[in-house]
Design a protein around this ligand. Sequence first.
Ligand SMILES: Nc1ncnc2c1ncn2[C@@H]1O[C@H](COP(=O)(O)OP(=O)(O)OP(=O)(O)O)[C@@H](O)[C@H]1O
Ligand SMILES: Cc1ncc(COP(=O)(O)O)c(N)n1
Length: 287
Amino acid sequence: MNAVPRVLSVAGTDPTGGAGIQADLKAIAALGGYGMAVVTALVAQNTMGIRAVHAPPVEFLRRQLDGVCDDVEVDAVKLGMLFDTAIVETVADWLGRVRPPALVVDPVMVATSGDRLLLPEAEAALMRLLGEVESDVLVTPNLPELAVLASAAPARTESDLSDQARVVASAYGVRVLAKGGHLDADHSDDVLVAPDGTTTAIPGRRVATRHTHGTGCSLSAAVATARVRHGSWEPAVREAKAWLTESLQAAGTLHVGRGRGPISHFAGLWSRAGTYAPPPVTGRPID
Ligand SMILES: Nc1ncnc2c1ncn2[C@@H]1O[C@H](COP(=O)(O)OP(=O)(O)OP(=O)(O)O)[C@@H](O)[C@H]1O
Ligand SMILES: Cc1ncc(COP(=O)(O)O)c(N)n1
């Protein structure tokens, strides 16, 4: 195994750096990996919302994917925004040829702002991709995405969330990290479900901040990186979750944008290196 995990993000862009490939590259670096990125779609967005999406021809996407893999041995791949059916099918075809050893699929569908990042007609193609892929896969849906994958109404309780995660894990033969960030709770627990239904709680403290832009992107890229070093999913998820909580804790110190700002990907590293120490936690929102 390479000393530094070589991790490829296949995702859309965020020029303000909080979500998409820009966030993924920071998360990969923060977890000690070497980040690479193939762009699926260019997104004109900021912390307040999405203004436009431009998807280059899929032939160009294929050239990017092949360009990386003809040259670099990739240890893990993370999929984010795939936008339309042609993009999903191009990525699925590439995965079938390349079979990366570890794959995290963040089934990005709708941004926090409510804008579509996967067209509704492309959901079926994404489900086909999940059913066909042969790598060791972790899927990381948030609550509404889990409901789409499970063909059910959005979960209202943690027990619904676990039930739906088991349905998806069994239907597609994949591991599922169902994220509880959208549940109205005083904690931020997630749940990890293996294809055989084994369920593990991943507890998380709730951070009082509105700056949660790109948390899902960052978490999935961090898990992909940690998975390479740990060689299995559960410790990777626990490490990435602890890092995410620390990065959320310092989000209010960044002052990036007027909407839901990004997390502070390097807060832990900066603090331990003495570069910059975030202010102490007061228990109130820190923004
Ligand atoms: N306020 C918070 N405090 C601590 N952890 C949080 C908070 N909000 C979300 N999380 C955690 O962040 C991760 C992403 O969760 P969420 O359910 O919001 O996913 P998402 O909707 O895909 O994220 P995104 O905001 O990028 O779309 C999960 O591990 C979740 O538990
Ligand atoms: C390119 C891209 N990928 C994913 C998200 C989702 O992140 P969020 O729900 O926090 O806006 C996003 N806004 N942009």
